[in-house]
Design a protein around this ligand. Structure first.
Ligand code: HEC
Length: 153
């Protein structure tokens, strides 16, 4: 390379470096990842239900049992293919608390030969007080059909 050639290369160098770093930065920039938050259900207007709602959404019940406990989270090979809804009307408060304390380790399989469903109900004994479980029950009961005279629950 003659002298002129060397000078030309050197003169271009800053340009190449600047362009190179722009390309580098643009390419390396991670793509914007948007994580859509799963729906939590509307916050209750009744202040008496707020604590239960905060627990239901804050402790993660909502991610398995869906907004308002109505179900919908996929649980492959479970009966029905989903985590079941929680119907407060199926339990007395005491039964509900017991369910939470014990948890439900065993989820019935839809097909016996297939894999265990990945989601099961953990025990909440160490993570929730009885009072908090009562608040959860109260919140979930607000979605139960209205009690009629003579109904058992
Ligand atoms: C990791 C997922 C997961 C989380 C988190 C979770 N559950 Fe569950 N829960 C389950 C599954 C799965 C079952 C069903 C087990 C079965 O009966 O097959 C269940 C069952 C239940 C039942 C019994 C339903 C019935 O009809 O017998 C209640 C009540 C319940 N969950 C309440 C809660 C509450 C309240 C929370 C939050 C404190 C919670 N769950 C958090 C997965 C979860």
């Amino acid at each position: 390379m003659n002298k002129v050639g060397v000078i030309a290369v050197l003169a271009c160098l800053p340009f190449v470096l600047v362009m190179g770093s722009i390309v580098y930065v643009v390419k390396i920039q991670p793509k914007k990842i948007t994580v859509s938050r799963p729906p939590l259900g509307a916050a209750p207007t009744d202040q008496g239900l707020k604590k239960g709602y905060d627990l239901f959404t804050g402790k993660g019940c909502v991610y398995c049992h869906g907004p308002e406990g109505k179900g919908g989270t996929k649980n492959p090979n479970a009966m029905g293919g989903e985590v079941p809804s929680i119907k407060a009307e199926n339990f007395t408060q005491e039964e509900f608390i017991e369910k939470l304390e014990v948890g439900v380790r065993h989820v019935d399989k839809a097909e016996a030969s297939k894999a265990e469903p990945p989601l099961y109900m953990p025990s909440w004994k160490a993570r929730l007080t009885h009072e908090e479980m009562g608040e959860l029950y109260k919140y979930l009961s607000s979605f139960a059909p209205k009690k009629k005279d003579g109904d058992e629950w």
